[in-house]
Design a protein around this ligand. Structure first.
Ligand code: ARG
Length: 406
């Protein structure tokens, strides 16, 4: 009888390579690996494929997901100005649902009963993978080897790898950090930074220069948007994935995009997280600046509250959910006229928005100028204030400071 099949989210690193052997030996399953290219630094995915094949997997699919990630995931994140707890631009939370969707697709292709991932039981990513998979196919069963096995630390995993003939990269025990990265940036955890009092060491950063070592003159950049989506840099049209790669470099070279945070995980604990998100922060700030110019005020303020909800929903793994779909519908409606150009100035680790323009700008010079000769009828302000303060005046006289009681 042929074995049952499991589709594993495979990064090619130590954890998921050990997962392969563990699923084969402990669970007696045929393993199919899925390795997604979402723009991570480590790009030799063919080598990882060969490594998986050498471990006896049935197949290892390497999928270039950079455009799908940009066009179907990051555009929504930009539209929602997404910042979890108003500070974290959600990079890992955005890639997991896409990878989950691919696991489901491949599971269907191979008639697999199970999907598996290499996440620990303490993080958010396990929730995102599993919620994504189960929302798309509630009949699939999930295995999380790292939550089940007795390998307590990295040296245990290295020992297991040696025992089972899994190639272990040199220095596998030396890297102190846990890294997750994609086009939207890089998350750095563990090591020296587990004490939130410790300043991150220089070797934690790879996408951004230290502001001390950046150019002494500012760099100006213009980002063009169409209906909320970034489409050009300095007038040159390009697809979003390319634009992000280019902007990561420009912003990173100017020392912009480092974050050092304590954030609240879905599983109830606080964690110290460092991030490098040069393009993400740049695009979110530029996009917001263009919205300020083009989106009507009531909509902007209503949107602000829903943006927080969007980010929390996605952080918590509910990418594929009716709430997220409804929030996206709202966001989409707000983006129709977010078209125009934003001018940015990078200098020594800082980003300043120095200009914005749009054919749909709601900024009206005639109304806004402090010159007296304008289209704004200042006399009607008196009537406005009379009515606007009516309830306040009544309150003051009867119950408040004007009542003579207090
Ligand atoms: N704290 C971030 C999040 O929950 C980053 C997680 C990074 N994942 C990792 N496997 N290192 O989205």
């Amino acid at each position: 009888m042929s074995k049952e099949k499991v589709v594993l989210a495979y990064s090619g690193g130590l954890d998921t390579s050990v997962c392969v052997k563990w699923l084969q030996t402990e669970k007696n399953l045929d393993v199919i690996c899925v390795c997604g290219n979402v723009g991570q630094e480590e790009t030799d995915l063919e080598k990882k494929r060969q490594k998986a094949l050498s471990l006896g997997v049935l197949d290892c699919k390497v999928l270039d997901l950079r455009d799908e990630f940009s066009d179907e995931y990051l555009t929504h994140a930009i539209a929602a100005n997404s910042m979890y707890e108003n500070k974290y631009p959600l990079l890992s939370a955005l890639s997991r649902p896409l990878l989950a969707a691919k696991l489901v697709e491949v599971a269907h292709e191979y008639g697999a009963t199970y999907v598996a991932h290499g996440c620990t039981g303490k993080g958010n990513d396990q929730v995102r993978f599993e919620a994504g998979v189960l929302a798309l196919d509630p009949d699939l069963k999930v295995i999380a080897p790292v939550r089940e096995w007795d390998l307590k630390c990295r040296p245990d995993e290295v020992a297991y790898a040696h025992e089972h003939g899994i190639p272990v990269p040199e220095g596998a025990n030396d890297n102190p950090y846990s890294i997750d990265d994609n086009l939207w940036g890089r998350a750095i955890e563990c090591g020296h930074m587990e004490d939130p009092w410790n300043e991150p060491l220089d070797d934690a950063w790879t996408m951004t220069k230290s502001p001390e070592n950046t150019p002494d003159t500012p760099t100006y950049v213009e980002i063009g948007f169409e209906a909320g989506k970034p489409v050009s840099i300095d007038g040159e049209q390009m697809k979003l994935s390319e634009l992000i790669i280019k902007l990561n470099k420009i912003a990173g070279d100017n020392g912009f995009g480092r974050l050092d945070l304590v954030e609240d995980r879905l599983v109830g604990l606080k964690s110290r997280e460092c991030y490098e998100v040069p393009a993400a922060l740049t695009l979110l700030q530029a996009h917001k600046a263009l919205e300020d110019l083009t989106v009507e005020g009531d909509v902007l303020r209503a949107k602000f509250a829903l943006e927080q909800q969007w980010a929390t929903t996605v952080y918590n793994g509910k990418w594929f959910s009716p709430l997220k779909a409804a929030l996206d519908a709202f966001m989409d409606e707000t983006q129709k006229f977010v078209t125009g150009t934003v001018r940015l100035k990078f200098f020594k680790g800082n980003l300043t928005i120095v200009g914005r323009k749009s054919p749909y700008s709601l900024y009206d010079y005639g109304l806004a100028t402090y010159d007296r000769d304008t289209t704004f009828d200042e006399k009607s302000a008196a009537g406005f204030i009379y009515l606007d303060t009516l309830s306040l005046k009544t309150w003051s006289k009867v119950q408040g400071p004007g009542s003579g009681i207090a």
